[in-house]
Ligand binder design. Structure first.
Ligand code: NAG
Ligand code: NAG
Ligand code: NAG
Length: 370
């Protein structure tokens, strides 16, 4: 039975292949379609089963809303000029796609009676408000995509079952305390392109969030690194902001970080030791800033493999800038360091500076390399 639904979803021929692929990927990744239904749980470690039993009469898609396409339990109403959420969405709907419409508001009753909804796509509408009770009866929503709307804040009372929330390119000026309250399963948050500064992230904004491992807070107005994000982050993207310096304690909380993106800011100064709080880093993006020297403590990051430093203001490279004095301290060699677009004269760099880089093309000096 489960396989049946899986195959039927795969077989959907649709104008929205990428979205479906994403959804399938989501289902497959979490084994939602492959696992036995857990008896009694709301824990994502055992995702609830999408019921694949033969639909009861009221679940059938006799009532596909106007301008929508309904197949299996997927309802697609994108690019349909809708100004509100259609009524009579079938009760068994698992995925509802309302992208690229002109919806202005999600009203209290718009999403009632959708107990199986797993994914809701509202990207690129004109939503300015979501009723605080709109999600009241939604218990299993995992993916909520609200990017490209006009929301002035994180909507209140979002479903606590969310795994992924995308709310890029809205008008969010503040992340209030308790914005994500109860979202203990939230894994991924994308909140780029909103006009809040670092100080607009209130203390306690992320209270209750326990498993967030990925944040994208790019293309905004951040003037410094936010210090009160969840501590178990694995990937932090802060590129294309207005950060001008990195203070010593900025990364103190983020000991698990694997990948850090600070590219396209205005960073001039990186305080000694600030990166030493990140012993697990594999990749740092610092390109397109105004950094004057290779950050101290880079050489002590045992697992760092990729370091992007191109298009900065580095004029001198010391022999121990990248590599520890004792080679065995470095557990993984660099696979790439980019340095082009800096004023350093490549002929003045001692080759030994790159003794812990593997591969012939591990260092990109760009225009300076002749
Ligand atoms: C099911 O969950 C409810 C509340 O979450 C709990 O009270 C009940 O004991 C659970 N039943 C079983 C069989 O685990
Ligand atoms: C930072 O480190 C560099 C070299 O590692 C050192 O020369 C400099 O004095 C240090 N600065 C401070 C403020 O500790
Ligand atoms: C680069 O550094 C020099 C001094 O070291 C400074 O005069 C210049 O303004 C810097 N350029 C940029 C783009 O920050």
């Amino acid at each position: 039975m489960k396989t049946l639904v899986f195959l039927s979803i795969v077989a959907l021929s649709s104008a929205k292949p990428s979205l479906e692929k994403e959804f399938l990927h989501f289902l497959a990744e979490r084994d939602i379609l492959l696992q036995d239904p857990p008896q009694n749980t709301t824990d994502i470690s055992q995702p609830e089963q999408i019921s694949t039993a033969a639909p009861r009469a009221d679940d059938r898609f006799f009532t596909c809303p106007l301008k929508c396409v309904c197949q299996v339990r997927v309802v697609q109403c994108s690019d349909a000029g809708l100004t509100s959420v259609p009524a009579d969405i079938p009760k068994g709907t698992v995925m509802l796609d309302l992208q690229n419409n002109k919806i202005k508001e999600i009203k209290e009753g718009d999403l009632k009676n959708l107990p199986s909804l797993y994914a809701l796509y509202l990207v690129n509408n004109r939503i300015t408000k979501i009723h605080p009770k709109a999600f009241r009866s939604i218990k299993h929503l995992k993916l909520l995509y609200l990017s490209w709307n006009l929301l002035p804040q994180i909507p209140t009372n979002l479903p606590t079952s969310l795994l992924e929330l995308r709310i890029d390119d809205n008008k969010i000026k503040k992340i209030q305390k308790g914005s994500f309250k109860g979202m203990k399963f939230l894994h991924v948050l994308e909140i780029s392109g909103n006009p809040f500064d670092t100080t607009d992230i209130e203390p306690g904004a992320f209270d209750g969030v326990l498993r967030l491992i990925y944040i994208r807070m790019s293309e905004g107005k951040l003037s410094s690194v936010p210090k009160n994000l969840p501590s178990n982050l694995y990937e932090l993207n802060l590129d294309h902001n207005r950060i001008s310096s990195i203070e010593r304690e900025d990364f103190r909380r983020y000991k698990d970080l694997y990948r850090l993106d600070l590219s396209y800011n205005q960073i001039k100064k990186i305080e000694n030791g600030s990166l030493a709080y990140l012993p697990n880093l594999r990749q740092i993006h610092l390109e397109n800033n105004a950094v004057k020297k290779v950050p101290a403590s880079v050489r002590n990051l045992k697992y760092l493999q990729t370091l992007y430093l191109h298009n900065n203001n580095i004029s001198k490279i010391e022999v121990d800038d990248f590599c520890p004095k004792e080679l065995e301290i470095k557990k993984l060699h660099y696979s790439g360091i980019s340095l082009y677009g800096n004023p350093v004269k490549h002929w003045e760099i001692q080759p030994a500076s790159f003794r812990c880089v593997s591969g012939a093309h591990g260092v990109q000096l760009g225009n300076f390399k002749k």
